[in-house]
Design a protein around this ligand. Structure first.
Ligand SMILES: [Zn+2]
Length: 148
């Protein structure tokens, strides 16, 4: 009984350590124009009561996406970029009809828009020159899917 209790406490402490590490690394990376919160927010998740909280490794991926792709794109275009969808937990990804192996599931993708077609064209050209593994012009340019 005591051994099991110690094992349980060890697991709980380890999880706390992971959470604290995730929080500290979050502060170490300066995100300029995008927050983890806006890359995790989902109206669909809220409506369907889906908990879309990312795991530490998802947060790490989101930070990488921001520092390597989204922030540089935002600096270059000089106007606001809005995030339609970033990280998606499996339930949310299914609810929005995402691809089963979508990079959104790993926090490696974002659907972004300037809310104006001509500016989305500029954004696409900027993103083409930045590192990415996927770049998709979605719904006739209504938004752009970019993944790292
Ligand atoms: Zn997407």
């Amino acid at each position: 009984m005591t051994k099991r209790l110690i094992a349980l406490l060890t697991i709980i402490l380890a999880q706390y350590a992971v959470a604290i590490f995730a929080l500290s690394s979050l502060h170490a990376v300066p995100l300029k124009h995008f927050s983890i919160q806006e890359l995790t927010h989902s109206n669909t998740a809220r409506r369907l009561n889906i908990d879309n909280t990312p795991q530490p490794h998802h947060i790490t991926n989101l930070q990488r996406l921001v520092t390597v792709v989204l922030d540089p794109a935002r600096e270059q275009i000089g106007i606001p970029i809005y995030v339609n969808s970033g990280y998606r937990c499996p339930r949310l990804n299914k609810a929005v009809g995402g691809a089963p192996k979508s990079f959104h599931l790993q926090g490696r993708a974002a659907d972004i828009t300037t809310r104006k077609l001509s500016n989305n064209m500029r954004l696409y050209l900027i993103l083409e020159k930045l590192p990415h593994s996927e770049l998709i012009w979605e719904q006739n340019g209504l938004w752009i899917h970019v993944a790292l």
